[in-house]
Design a protein around this ligand. Structure first.
Ligand code: ADP
Ligand code: ZN
Ligand code: MG
Length: 513
């Protein structure tokens, strides 16, 4: 099989995402008072409305409308004041009403956009855009709409091998999730690489988390994404036939599933075949996509205006009151980290994009002082990431770190005042992340102390130079790179406890003098 990079030379990839997000932080369902409670005993949070019993009347959840308007404002959408709900025909046991209540052509949020910044390996996937000197680029992705709908029940298929209905003996249904408020965001087909799709999803997730409208767990399915993808020859403007990918329940699956589909479609097209419009399942163990079903057209669903719900007429006051609740979004936060705290662009982006890490960072800087912001950021972005390197989603694992902002602030203070070296600081950091506790206590327990005393260091440096007369001669002949060797030898002699700054100063005096 060819690589994605090879395919991208001849073909342009077109991707559009549909992102469902369950509003898990609300108290009750979309059209009834049943509790939204993750992990509750099955079928305990149900009532005539969400089960669709005859005569039951839905009442819309105002807090859910507030949440979706927040989502729209945060993604540059226009808020439509006049919208209404429809019944979408749907016959399957997980929706006992036999229709899903959803929005029609006009949704609460329309015509938005997000700017994506791509850098590093993600930026390298795309060759057809102009890039900055550091190889990064920014691209704007249009959002068609975000509409409000309700979730279906959860089905558990028993007896099969992989939890899917095929091969199962019987199925269980839990209606607790039925009628839960669900938003669906649809993008225009503006994404051009798997990396852009992944970045969009990451950015959207961080925005939703910042808004506090959902726990956005891709693992638990409260945030899920379908990827629509097609290819066309470079230079062509008409869209090719797309396939829709399901089961992209992690950032890695989203990226890898799309990458696989790119190569598969290219092969079909290059062999003279045609891509069939169908829904495919990303099989994470076999690392390929398999057909689930051929695509229904929109007509198959039929939308009927919902007679039991009055059309909306949102007031300016309501929209303004929601706007007033908008928290600082990752993009604004990034700019603030750069301007006020002196972080480089890439660090500011990573920090602002991770709500939990950002909050931890700010708490630490509030204690340690702005002057220490970069030192704090370095430990959090480089060392913490390396320590927790288990998943591609830093945030989930940040929770496991046992270090506190106060301990980290104390640690950077000990490095700054020369009590310990930065190398020792990294060790202390690792201990604090693993075990928690107090920086000073760890330093004492491990017997760490940085020797900054110039006399002691001069003695060691003189020994090192006396023991390597040939290298000293080479250095004086212009082989300046040997300085690192002398520093290393002195450091070793001091068992890592020498202050590198003082060692360097002493070396400069001795070698140049
Ligand atoms: P459907 O009717 O199949 O649901 P929509 O027109 O509603 O299709 O679009 C669903 C998603 O698919 C949107 O994100 C849209 O941007 C994307 N999309 C539409 N056509 C294409 C295409 N040819 N290639 C890739 N993505 C597409
Ligand atoms: Zn109910
Ligand atoms: Mg559609």
């Amino acid at each position: 099989m060819r690589s994605v990079e090879q395919v991208l030379r001849d073909w342009e990839v077109v991707i559009g995402l549909e992102v469902h997000c369950e509003l898990t932080t609300l108290n009750s369902k979309m059209f009834c008072g049943c509790a939204l409670q993750h992990g509750a005993e099955p079928n305990t949070n149900v009532c005539p409305v969400c089960l669709g019993l005859p005569g039951a009347l839905p009442v819309p959840n105002k807090a859910a409308v507030e949440s979706i308007v927040l989502a729209g404002l945060a993604t540059n959408c226009e808020i439509e004041k006049r919208t209404m709900f429809y019944r979408k025909g749907y016959f399957y046991p997980d929706m006992s009403k036999n229709f899903q209540t959803t929005q029609g052509p006009v949704a609460f949020c329309m015509r938005g956009w997000l700017d994506l910044e791509l850098d590093g390996a993600g930026a390298a996937e795309r060759a057809d855009v102009e890039k900055d000197r550091d190889g990064s680029y920014t691209t704007r992705i249009a959002i068609t709409r975000i509409h409000m709908e309700e979730d279906a029940a959860k089905m558990i298929h028993v007896g099969g091998t992989d939890g899917r209905i095929a091969g199962a003996d019987h199925s269980l249904i839990d209606y607790n999730r039925c009628g839960a408020p669900l938003t669906e965001l649809v993008t225009e087909p503006d994404l051009r690489t798997p990396a852009e799709a992944r970045r969009f999803m990451q950015k959207l997730r961080q925005i939703y988390l910042t808004l506090g409208i959902s726990d956005c767990s891709m693992e638990a399915g409260s945030m899920r994404c379908d990827g629509n993808i097609s290819l066309r020859r470079r230079g062509e403007t008409a869209l090719g036939t797309k396939t829709e990918l399901k089961n992209l329940n992690s950032f890695k699956s989203l990226h890898d599933g799309l990458a696989y589909e790119i190569v598969r479609q290219a092969q079909v097209l290059e062999e003279g075949g045609t891509v069939k419009q169908e829904t495919r399942h990303w099989d994470i163990t076999r690392k390929r996509t398999v057909v689930m079903r051929t695509k229904e057209t929109a007509d198959d669903y039929r939308l009927f205006p919902e007679p039991d719900l009055a059309p909306y007429d949102l007031s300016d006051e309501f929209i303004d009151s929601v706007r007033a609740k908008l928290p600082e979004l990752p993009e604004t936060k990034k700019a603030r980290y750069q301007a006020d705290l002196g972080l480089p662009s890439h660090d500011a982006l990573l920090m602002a994009d991770d709500a939990m890490l950002g909050a931890f960072f700010e708490e630490t800087v509030a204690i340690a002082g702005v002057r220490q912001a970069r030192a704090v950021a370095n430990l959090l972005l480089n060392d913490l990431a390396a320590l927790l390197n288990a998943s591609d989603e830093v945030e989930a694992s940040t929770e496991d770190a046992r270090i506190t902002p106060a301990a980290l602030a104390a640690l950077v203070g000990l490095i700054d005042d020369g009590t310990i070296s930065s190398g020792q600081g990294k060790q202390v950091f690792a201990t604090l992340v693993r075990e928690g506790g107090d920086a000073q206590a760890v330093v004492e327990a491990e017997g760490m102390r940085q020797v900054s005393d110039a006399d002691a260091i001069e003695t060691v440096v003189d020994q090192v130079l006396a023991g390597n007369p040939d290298k000293v001669a080479q250095y004086r002949d212009g082989k300046k790179g040997l300085k690192g060797f002398f520093v290393g030898q002195a450091m070793r002699a001091m068992r890592g406890q020498g202050n590198p700054k003082v060692i360097n100063e002493v070396l400069d005096r001795r070698l140049e003098g």
